[in-house]
Design a protein. Structure first.
Length: 129
């Protein structure tokens, strides 16, 4: 089961996901929830995602496409080790904006209404694995 918690500021919506990001109703719910956000920056925090399948990876790509088409920014934040493995194995780090930071830093950025993720210390790449 995929659980979601939403935090919003003036410019940013952060969806904190936990559980399994796999094909099915939960992914449909994630898509609807993400695309219903009206902010200019959507952050998907995947720190607590325990597993992801091809459907979950495809949804990340679809959300990236949706954000680009609607002049928004989409960031995948703190993907769990399993998610990072599959992102690198499928070379999606070249398509997705993936950032790593501490949970405390990301909460401060959301609370302060910052849509700029420039304060985050690193981007993920294959060399980080």
């Amino acid at each position: 089961m995929l659980r979601m918690e939403i935090e919003q500021s003036a410019n940013t919506a952060t969806l904190r996901c936990s559980g399994r990001m796999v094909q099915g109703d939960d992914l449909d719910r994630l898509s609807r929830t993400a695309k219903s956000q009206t902010t200019k920056h959507l952050i998907l925090d995947l720190a607590d995602v325990t597993s992801i399948d091809a459907g979950g990876l495809g949804e990340l790509v679809e959300l990236q496409r949706w954000a680009t088409d609607s002049a928004r920014r989409f960031t995948v934040l703190n993907p769990s080790a399993r998610v990072r493995e599959l992102v690198v194995a499928t070379n999606l780090q070249s398509v997705l904006d993936i950032r790593m930071t501490s949970r405390a830093s990301s909460k401060i950025a959301v609370r302060n209404g910052s849509s700029a993720m420039d304060t985050l210390p690193l981007e993920i790449c294959a060399a980080d694995m």
